[in-house]
Design a protein around this ligand. Structure first.
Ligand code: BMA
Length: 403
């Protein structure tokens, strides 16, 4: 039978101490490794992404610790009281409702290439000519901004609009009846994107591809677009095929892919159409309903948190990909409702950018369809105050994102 002597007991306690120290050291090392991992630069899903695209992704990821970038759709093409997209091109300096009210361009420029796939189409569905859109994209990029592109693609099977929910997705997948109608459109998109050149040497024909956040097949949970009116499995296949085709067949390496649902109620619903970590760089969502007033703030905050956690668990960038309140009826909405929601906690603050929808010209486009103030709008002063908040970055707050 073993009877411990004093020396033996002392020896054992020494061993226990050493083991405990070793355990602490191991835990510290594991902790440090986790820390190192978290601080390692995040990389886009495309292993061949261009240097500028990789830099943009890492910048968005890092910046989201301290800032939320402000974005606006069609910002340089038209505003509530002016247009540059219809009629003869003018040589005037760029115009922007955002800059007119807040003193700076937005940090993120959104564009939509709807109709691009239609043979012979020269403008998108809001009459923005593609050739001028390209120049505005390049201008925004050259000023240091971020470019995101969505696509209200017509239904390739029927030729109807994107709101024509006649069954299409199953017919567009590989080996299906209308597959070529899809690849034709993607070919045209690839040609458009390849034309976007930026950087110092562009004037010598030696520019580089402009990095783009591409947000295809958005708001699929809303089911009002043909790509949403299908099974989640079909949707995922369409998304994956599109990414693979643009990456592998068309050799495009300047795209970051955004997964962008409409409103959702749970993490499960949010992820129902998620095509997989290898296909998505930015997780986001569109939401116009819950952002409108203080009474629905808890719903918005819940959604922001869910998406932010999804991004955190996958080491991805998170964004509020489309939003706004039409006509902004509450003159203090920017700092009174929106800002408190964004500042709720570290999860909601982690949003890399919040993107507002377009300011349709009130004479020639949809009346009273605008989402940021124009000069003289009752919320203009409050928008300027929102812009002054240290958390919110407009273009002139941006560090170099592409170095
Ligand atoms: C919708 C509306 C439409 C527009 C479409 C594509 O939300 O703004 O007027 O045609 O987006 O930009």
């Amino acid at each position: 039978m073993f009877v411990p002597t004093e020396a033996c007991a002392a020896g054992r306690s020494f061993r226990v101490e050493r083991a405990a120290t070793a355990l602490v050291v191991i835990l510290l090392l594991v902790g440090c490794e986790a820390l190192v991992d978290r601080e390692a630069p995040v990389t886009p899903t495309d292993p061949d992404a261009t240097e500028e695209t990789q830099a943009l992704y890492a910048s968005l990821y890092q910046l989201s610790d301290e800032a939320i970038l402000m974005g606006h759709q069609d910002d340089l093409a038209y505003g509530y009281e002016w247009v540059r997209h219809v009629g003869r091109p003018t040589a005037n300096a760029p115009r922007s409702d955002v800059r007119a009210v807040a003193g700076s361009f937005p940090a993120v420029y959104g564009w939509d290439v709807g109709d691009l796939g239609n043979p012979g189409a020269t403008t998108n569905l809001d009459s923005v000519p593609f050739d001028r859109m390209k120049r505005w994209i390049e201008d925004g990029y050259d000023r240091g901004g971020v470019i995101t592109i969505s696509w209200h693609m017509d239904n390739p099977v029927t030729g109807g609009s994107s709101w024509d929910t006649t069954h299409a997705v199953g017919k567009l997948l590989p080996d299906s009846s209308h597959h070529e109608a899809l690849t034709d459109r993607l070919d045209r998109f690839a040609a458009f994107v390849s034309d976007l050149q930026g950087g110092f040497w562009t004037w010598l024909g030696m520019g580089h591809d402009v990095p783009i956040i591409f947000r295809p097949y958005h708001e699929m949970t809303g089911r009002w677009f043909w790509w949403g009116a299908t099974t989640p499995e079909n949707y995922k296949e369409l998304f994956r095929f599109t990414v693979d085709y643009l990456r592998e067949e068309k050799d495009l390496h300047n795209l970051l892919y955004a997964y962008s649902t409409d409103a959702f109620e749970s993490r499960e619903q949010y992820l129902e159409h998620y095509p997989g970590d290898e296909y998505v760089d930015i997780v986001g969502f569109d939401d116009y309903g819950s952002i409108a007033s203080d009474s629905t703030r808890p719903v918005l905050v819940k959604r922001l948190r869910i998406v932010s956690r999804v991004a955190q668990n996958r080491d991805k960038v998170v964004a509020f990909t489309e939003t706004g309140v039409e006509e902004i009826p509450d003159s203090t909405w920017w700092t009174g409702t929106l800002l408190p929601a964004l500042k709720t906690d570290s999860l909601t603050r982690r949003i890399a950018y919040v993107h507002f929808w377009r300011n349709a010209n009130h004479d020639i486009d949809v009346p009273d369809h605008y989402f940021v103030p124009y000069p003289g709008h009752p919320s203009a002063d409050n928008f300027a105050a929102f812009r002054d908040d240290p958390l919110i970055y407009f273009e002139d707050d941006l560090p170099a994102l592409y170095d």
